[in-house]
Design a protein around this ligand. Structure first.
Ligand code: BES
Ligand code: ZN
Ligand code: ZN
Length: 496
């Protein structure tokens, strides 16, 4: 699955020669639009070219300082200028990330050499600017017999001084954005090309490049070890399931983070077949696995001092003569039995096996990530993910990391009456209950497969993992790479 790589990211203290596009900001202060970034020499050259100051020119072209409004201006000394709105007052890093992303989406259509000058040397801000520029530059190349364009672009961040802290911010932005886009690529690759075997191989190859050790359990090993959830879900498909285990164990690390990701390479609903409309985007149903794999790779590339063990549970949910049925009783890894309420509730079954296996590795904290329920999407919409945990302290850890990373998460409760709705007459537990509260019921189901003494949180990214509407900010159409940034920020907070 060869993809054009993202532009390179670097720092400069003056505008590089041959810059195709320069991105500047426009903020509103006390009712006035003011230019953010760009040095005095540039302002003089712009004045000479346009005869008016840039804010006036933007306004005369119908642009303004509203966050993410992009105004493309003519060239100054051969460099096209894009002015992007940053909203009112001092913009937060996520506002800047979104705005720069929106500008970068335009800029990459104009040229390969892009500079961004937003007048701040603050490392957190530089990281946001760098991430926004790279994430906004992303495109998924059409799968075509034609050769893709070879040219790799360049993004330069203009700073007053290229300090050590500024360089570290560029390194973080590069590792994070590249891995968010790795997750996007996996999600965008259709299910005839990306299925458990190919996904596992690709994951292994990029993880090994980052010096992560990899183990792949194939169908035979899954049978031998009794992974009844993964096997039941995968059994309806010709494409057999896999369980991928990544282990990153740097010297000196004291905290052990455990991750699990849902890797349903296509979810037809199985015997409980989805209607056509709901099925079309279901290549995105491995977005959780993509996120934990890509986040682990980012953590390794950044050399964070934290041990990470990650499991991606991969299967394709298909209807066929060998598919698992509603009312089947499955024996899961570790021996618990589950009554299958609905073959479209397949994600929690593959996750349950992986959670039990991860529990054996005895991590200090377990986090699972999944495009798990339509109910979470109904509750929180398309730009916000759900966090569920039996303890608020663990949920707060995730919410703090998400805030630092600029991703939106919201905690949903796990009340006892929801837990009780999963009782089964024929097995230890039933895989789902009522339609109402479906996101919480899924969390309550997963909880039964987490060791009682281990901190755990469940992240439901069904809404924001895939954008089937128009692009916005740094978010393209298709896979978004959601949760990668939050997991990396969490690892940064927990690392030694
Ligand atoms: N993969 C879906 C959830 C989903 C829906 C993700 C839309 C992204 C967008 C999941 O496997 C599913 O179908 N869940 C069912 C569970 C139900 C049968 C208990 C659902 O949410 O309807
Ligand atoms: Zn499903
Ligand atoms: Zn699913």
């Amino acid at each position: 699955m060869p993809q054009p790589t993202l532009p390179s990211l670097s720092l400069a203290t003056s505008l590089p020669k041959n810059t195709d596009v320069l991105i500047l900001g426009l903020a509103e202060n006390a009712g006035r639009a003011e230019l953010v970034g760009g040095d005095a020499a540039f302002a003089r050259a712009a004045m000479k070219t346009f005869g008016v100051a840039l804010p006036e020119l933007v306004s005369s072209l119908g642009g303004d300082a509203h966050a993410e409004t992009v105004t493309v201006l003519p060239a100054v000394d051969g460099t096209r200028v894009i002015v992007v709105g940053l909203g009112e007052g001092a913009a937060a890093p996520e506002t800047v990330r979104m705005a720069v992303g929106a500008a970068a989406r335009k800029a990459v259509r104009i040229g390969d050499r892009i500079a961004v000058a937003l007048g701040s040397d603050d490392p957190e801000m530089l990281q946001a600017v760098g991430e926004g520029a790279l994430l906004g530059s992303y495109t998924f190349a059409k799968i075509s017999g034609k050769q893709p364009r070879e040219q790799r672009g360049e993004v330069t961040l203009l700073v007053a001084k290229a300090t050590r802290e500024a360089k570290a911010a560029v390194e973080r932005a590069t590792a994070i954005a590249n891995n968010v886009c790795l997750a996007r690529d996996w999600v965008n690759t259709p299910a005839n090309l990306l299925y458990p075997e190919t996904f596992a191989k690709d994951a292994a190859s990029v993880a090994r490049d980052a010096k992560i050790s990899v183990e792949i359990l194939d169908e035979r090993q899954l049978v031998a070890q009794g992974f009844g959830g993964i096997l039941a879900v995968g059994n309806g498909s010709e494409r057999k399931p896999r369980l991928v285990r990544l282990s990153y164990s740097p010297r000196g690390a004291t905290f052990h983070l455990g991750l699990v990701g849902k890797g349903i390479t296509f979810d037809t609903g199985g015997i409980n077949l989805k209607p056509a409309d709901g099925m079309y985007t279901m290549k995105c149903d491995m977005g959780g696995a993509a996120a934990i794999l890509a986040a682990t790779r980012a953590i390794a590339q950044l050399g964070l001092k934290i041990k990470v063990t990650a499991y991606a549970a991969m299967a394709e949910n298909m209807p066929s003569g060998s598919a698992y049925r509603p009312s089947d009783v499955l024996t899961m890894y570790g021996g618990k039995t589950v009554e299958n309420a609905n073959s479209d509730a397949e994600g929690r079954l593959v996750m349950a096996d992986a959670l039990v296996r991860l529990g054996e590795d005895k991590p200090d904290l377990m986090i699972d990530v999944a495009t798990l329920t339509g109910a979470c999407m109904v509750a929180l919409g398309m730009r916000c993910a759900g966090v569920m945990s039996p303890d608020d302290e663990t949920a707060d850890r995730i919410l703090d990391a998400a805030e630092a990373a600029g991703e939106e998460f919201w905690q949903l409760p796990m009340p006892d009456y929801i837990r009780e709705s999963l009782s089964s007459k024929v097995a230890d537990v039933k895989s789902s209950g009522k339609r109402q509260g479906g996101a919480m019921a899924a969390a309550a189901f997963l909880e039964k497969f987490v060791p009682a003494d281990t901190a755990w949180a469940h992240l439901d990214i069904a809404g924001p993992a895939f954008n089937d509407e128009s692009e916005f900010g740094y978010v393209p159409n298709g896979g978004t790479g959601y949760a990668v940034r939050t997991l990396v920020a969490l690892a940064q907070q927990l690392a030694d």
